[in-house]
Design a protein around this ligand. Structure first.
Ligand code: CS2
Length: 470
């Protein structure tokens, strides 16, 4: 594939964390918006860790195929909106230069939960994080908040306006969280800079949604077969997509996202809660309990009637009662649509992929919902079973004694907790005292978790789900 770059739109956006999700979601909206309304919103993608995606995309002039995978087959779109891809550890200066360029109006982020370098789920920047300590002491940053602060410092010194920082990660109040992280770091470096950022920059919160499994060799072959062209870095995604954005951008500079299906709102909170608890909460529940029960993918697990009943129980009895529906949204209908999305046979979404980084995901996906139920005096046996599923998952073996692969930034500490616990009782006490995950556990959590673990130990995950949903 080749691309004539002479007419390419100028870069207006730098995106940090160029994974399959952004390439299937934000990049598609941005391309569609430019097709409709023009504008210079070309994207420079930045990989914060490894060169893999850059190397592959470079071979095809930053162009790639996005394949919508529905029950009726594949529909592909050529995505040509990337102007360049940088690998931050190879050349941090090039990343800062790109972010400090006058034409850039937005820096967007999909850096995953751990990329925010927060001390715990209640949102303060982790000043002991090695990358944050490094970024306080050096001009050339390592962390995403560090890149944002240093790039804004350059813009301020050059007399430029700041860019808008737009988080697209699955965190509640994602805009407020990255703002707090950036301001804390900036105030360590230069309090005047922090004050300028606070008054001039903007950090809209957003809710993003599209199911995007990791690209595998099988997916690459399937897409090549469909298009007749060899693309070494395509992405495959479900047909559904949603994007709700708080309309707060520096100088109102942004593509017309609303003309291509995104929704601008004053306050995104209700949408975020709905999505994080109903989708991501059940995704994580499925990931742990489904994997421990011996399933491999979401669609495979969601063919099982016990699992479907368990999900319905979670939605109806334990999640929906905690939510305020966003405007014009019917939550039971939303739940039904989620189940259909999970059952999409064209998407091979591995449970182990969703299980990754559980310590960073549990608070906003499951623990807040548990907290709200406890406050209202409602039981939360299903959610407690999901948390117990996480513990069983961390023990590394499914119910058939097959190994499970664990990937979590706090893995060593969690494993230490698990292996040194004398009894289940002891384990539950130690876990609930682990503040990085359980910042404010209700008193009802320990007995519920203990009962759920006993159920998993005695009966296995599938029977435990069946019984809990009864
Ligand atoms: C998933 C999400 O991997 C995960 O943790 O729950 O990536 C999920 O597929 C997306 O948030 C859907 O919008």
């Amino acid at each position: 594939m080749t691309q004539d770059m002479s007419n390419a739109p100028k870069t207006g956006i730098v995106h940090l964390g160029l994974g399959a999700f952004f390439r299937s979601h934000g990049a598609v909206y941005i391309q569609n918006a430019m097709k409709k309304d023009g504008g210079d919103w070309g994207i420079i993608g930045v990989s914060l860790r490894s060169p893999g995606v850059r190397d592959k995309l470079r071979e095809q002039n930053w162009r790639y195929t996005a394949a919508e995978m529905g029950p009726e087959g594949l529909k592909t779109q050529d995505i040509t909106v990337l102007n360049d891809v940088l690998v931050a550890p190879e050349n941090p200066q090039a990343v800062l230069d790109a972010m400090a360029d006058e034409t850039v109006k937005i820096v967007s982020l999909t850096i995953t939960e751990k990329g925010y370098c927060l001390a715990s789920s209640d949102g303060a920047l982790d000043m002991n994080h090695p990358d944050i300590q490094h970024d306080i002491a050096h001009d050339m940053p390592k962390s995403a908040p560090g890149y944002i602060v240093r790039a804004l410092q350059h813009r301020r010194a050059a007399g430029l306006r700041p860019f808008t920082v737009m988080s697209l990660d699955n965190l509640p109040n994602n805009g407020a969280q990255i703002k707090a992280a950036v301001l804390s770091l900036a105030s360590q470096i230069d309090p005047d800079l922090a004050a300028w950022i606070e008054s001039e920059a903007r950090f809209p919160s957003t809710m993003v949604d599209r199911i995007v499994p990791a690209t595998t060799d099988a997916l690459i072959a399937q897409i090549a077969n469909h298009t007749g062209e060899q693309d070494v870095a395509p992405v495959g995604h479900e047909p559904f997509s949603q994007w709700v954005i708080e309309d707060q951008f520096v100088d109102n500079n942004r593509p017309d996202f609303a003309s291509v299906g995104a929704q601008f709102v004053q306050d995104v909170t209700a949408f975020e809660h709905m999505k994080l608890r109903m989708l991501n909460g059940t995704h994580s529940s499925l990931a742990y309990l489904g994997a421990v029960a011996g399933f491999r993918t979401v669609s495979e697990a969601c063919e099982n009637a016990d699992i479907v009943n368990f999900l319905s129980h979670l939605w109806t009895a334990e999640i929906i009662p905690t939510l305020t529906p966003p405007e014009a949204t019917d939550l039971p209908a939303y739940a039904e649509a989620l189940l259909q999305r999970y059952q999409n046979p064209a998407i091979q979404h591995r449970l182990e992929q969703i299980a990754m980084d559980g310590s960073q995901k549990l608070p906003q996906r499951l623990l807040g919902t548990i907290q709200d139920n406890a406050k209202a005096g409602r039981s939360f046996d299903g959610l407690a079973l999901a948390v117990a599923g996480w513990v069983r998952f961390l023990e590394g073996k499914d119910d058939n004694d097959n190994a499970l692969s664990i990937s979590d930034p706090l893995q060593d500490q969690l494993q230490e907790l698990i292996t040194t616990a004398a009894t289940r009782d002891d384990l539950v006490t130690k876990l609930i005292g682990f503040k990085a995950v359980f910042s404010d556990p209700p008193a009802e959590l320990a007995p519920a978790l203990l009962a759920a673990l006993a159920k998993l130990d005695d009966k296995g995950a599938l029977a435990a789900m069946r019984e809990t949903a009864r």
